[in-house]
Design a protein. Structure first.
Length: 627
């Protein structure tokens, strides 16, 4: 869960590195660092604990000159957030410098071996083990080539590739690496297994990054590295070498991002920007996928025929965090529209469980980043068992997108705020279309399909109407932001959204919050109710409206303040509640998307009022690439 950048070319490397790290701070922000190679061929290293601005201040006093360099922003796994533990780390006697994303599981045994061989360690990280291990392998490789008369410059970069491959073969765990070498001052080597890396292709320059966002404005040509690939990058060349296949021809793709996608614009925070982008991101999720002629949805990347999909007897949805909540919405949708039994599994549990899974079970991995370690591991386990696997993912070229048998992209654009917003609603929209597709394969009539499509087409405007409550929600936040506990309550389609609303508040405001099915309150949680514990009810007009009204009465009878999210037809809820947020009326199956909007805004405004860093909440990072 760290950010990596690298540059080799004609520019001042540190300028790109810092700009790239700013765009990658959502991946980690407890320390950062850069190293360049100056004109004299010497390393210029600078790193600092804390936010990136601390590193920028250091570089203002002691600039890191050079046309080649690598940088890193860290989310700590091994060792505290200190200058010593910040990346980059040296290997050998400053023979090389390295940055790393991932976790090395056997680092203790490797560290003991390296210490016995005379290598000194200056940090508590597993990354320094990789650095010394590569240095050790390079030393032996050069000695071997020298003994056989093949040493020296005539070998080009082959000793580096051999040393890196030799070191990687000894590692157990995950890694995304960028490495620079003191005696080879014009090359970066990048390698990946389980952690993403991309290479940007420019004119007489190349870039390396954890994802595409740092490359926007510098190049629109990109190479997504696959598992067990090494990239050897100079200013004017790019070679890609696979562990098993040898040198391969890199597939250069077009980067479809604009600077506005990764910049704040007029918004104070990325989270707020991404909340207000949702009418457009929902349109993007649906664009080209709704067929009026056939009253169904179409997806180009499922890679399974309608006949194969008709034979599916069960669907398993696996995910983590916010994506798990959208999977729960998907369970309701698929069972309602397609009448297919659906199971929702935490990926972190599924990867270690051995549940009986029927033949003809289709597995969907749902993820924003496409790099979530637990979800990736669960996907691989399901593939190993022979089940067809599909991904619902936002990031093109991500690990899960590459490893699944097929899938659906969200097209939501970069989500930089750590707390997911637009990805959640886009996932719900895609799952609605998926349920429509499976339903039309089975029992839904043409007229039923058309009714669903009409509702979906109106969704962006309904979300835009929900956003109009922003100022009112800010005023409600001012009333409750000092509370220490919140309860979120909903039923049926709105129960997963209650969970998601509670998660948003926890993530960015550090207030304890819990989501429950509203009827479950009387089975224990009602003991928490007092005048200082607000209950947020998701109670738009629908089939269970009267039941939720009864649950609201129970809270009011015990003196608990109630915030009701309802529609104009919900007059009774408005009369009972202390505060009301009105949303437009939609069918039950679309309520999770429309009700999520005020929950996101409520969490945002409460966090701002409490002085929290909304985009970079403590202890969290966006792309969870560690278990």
């Amino acid at each position: 869960m760290c950010g990596i950048v690298g540059y080799v070319g004609f520019r001042n490397a540190s300028e790109f590195l810092i700009q790239g790290l700013r765009r990658l701070e959502y991946r980690g922000y407890d320390s950062s660092g850069v190293v360049t190679i100056d004109r004299a061929g010497e390393f210029r290293l600078s790193k600092a604990a804390g936010r990136l601005d601390h590193l920028v201040a250091k570089l203002a006093e002691e600039p890191a000159e050079g046309r080649l360099g690598i940088g890193h922003t860290r989310w700590a796994t091994h060792g505290a957030a200190t200058d010593a533990n910040a990346h980059p780390h040296y290997g050998g006697r400053q023979d090389l410098a390295i940055v790393h994303n991932g976790v090395i599981e056997n680092y203790r045994a490797l560290k003991e071996y390296l210490q016995s061989a005379g290598y000194e360690f200056h940090s508590a990280t597993d990354t320094e083990v990789i650095a010394h291990l590569i240095a050790d392998c390079l030393k032996k490789e050069l000695e071997h080539r020298g003994q056989n008369g093949h040493g020296g410059a005539a070998n080009g970069y082959e000793p580096l590739v051999a040393a890196v491959n030799g070191a990687l073969a000894k590692l157990q765990g995950t890694y995304g690496l960028a490495i620079v070498f003191h005696d080879y001052p014009d090359v970066i080597i990048a390698a990946r297994h389980g952690s993403p890396l991309v290479v940007g292709v420019g004119e007489d320059e190349h870039f390396v990054a954890s994802d595409a966002s740092p490359l926007v404005g510098f190049t629109d040509k990109i190479v997504y590295l696959a598992e067990y690939e090494i990239a050897l990058v100079t200013a004017d060349t790019l070679r890609v070498i696979h562990r098993d296949q040898g040198e391969i021809s890199p597939s250069v793709q077009t980067l479809d991002l604009q600077s506005g996608d990764v910049d704040l614009g007029s918004y104070e925070h990325f989270m707020l920007k991404e909340i207000f982008e949702q009418p457009e991101t929902l349109r993007n999720a649906m664009r080209g996928r709704l067929s009026l002629d056939e009253a169904t949805a179409h997806f180009g990347g499922l890679n399974l025929s309608p006949q194969q999909l008709r034979s599916v007897n069960r669907i398993l949805l696996t995910a983590c965090g916010t994506s798990w909540h959208s999977a729960m919405v998907g369970e309701y949708l698929l069972e309602e529209f397609a009448r297919i039994p659906v199971e929702v599994e935490y990926a972190s549990e599924l990867r270690y469980r051995n549940p009986p899974i029927d033949n003809n079970t289709l597995v969907f991995a749902i993820t924003q980043s496409g790099e979530t370690a637990d979800t990736l591991a669960a996907l691989r386990e399901m593939k190993r068992q022979g089940h067809p696997t599909l991904a619902i993912c936002n990031v093109v070229g991500s690990s899960i997108a590459q490893e699944a048998d097929g899938g659906i992209y969200l097209h939501a654009g970069p989500e930089i705020g750590v707390a997911s917003t637009k990805a959640f609603t886009s996932q719900c929209a895609v799952l609605t279309m998926l349920a429509l597709y499976f339903g039309r394969l089975r029992h839904l009539s043409f007229a039923q399909g058309m009714k669903i499509i009409e509702q979906l087409q109106s969704l962006p405007d309904k979300v835009r109407q929900s956003l109009e409550a922003n100022d009112q929600i800010r005023r409600i936040a001012e009333k409750y932001y000092q509370c220490s506990n919140f309860l979120y309550l909903g039923r049926q389609f709105n129960f997963p959204t209650a969970l998601e609303g509670a998660l948003k508040l926890k993530e960015i405001s550090y207030i304890h919050a819990e989501g429950y099915p509203a009827a479950e309150m009387k089975h224990g949680p009602i003991a928490l109710i007092d005048e200082n514990t607000p209950s947020v009810f998701l109670i738009p007009k629908g089939v269970v409206y009267d039941k939720v009204i009864a649950n609201m009465e129970e809270i009011k009878a015990r003196g608990g303040p109630v915030i009701a999210i309802t529609c104009e037809a919900g007059a009774q809820a408005a009369e009972l509640a202390d505060d009301v947020i009105l949303i437009p009326t939609v069918e039950d199956f679309l309520q999770p998307i429309v009700t999520a909007i005020p929950l996101q805004l409520l969490a945002y405004h409460i966090a701002v009022l409490r002085g929290c860093d909304v985009d970079k909440p403590r202890n969290l990072a966006k792309s969870v690439t560690v278990e």
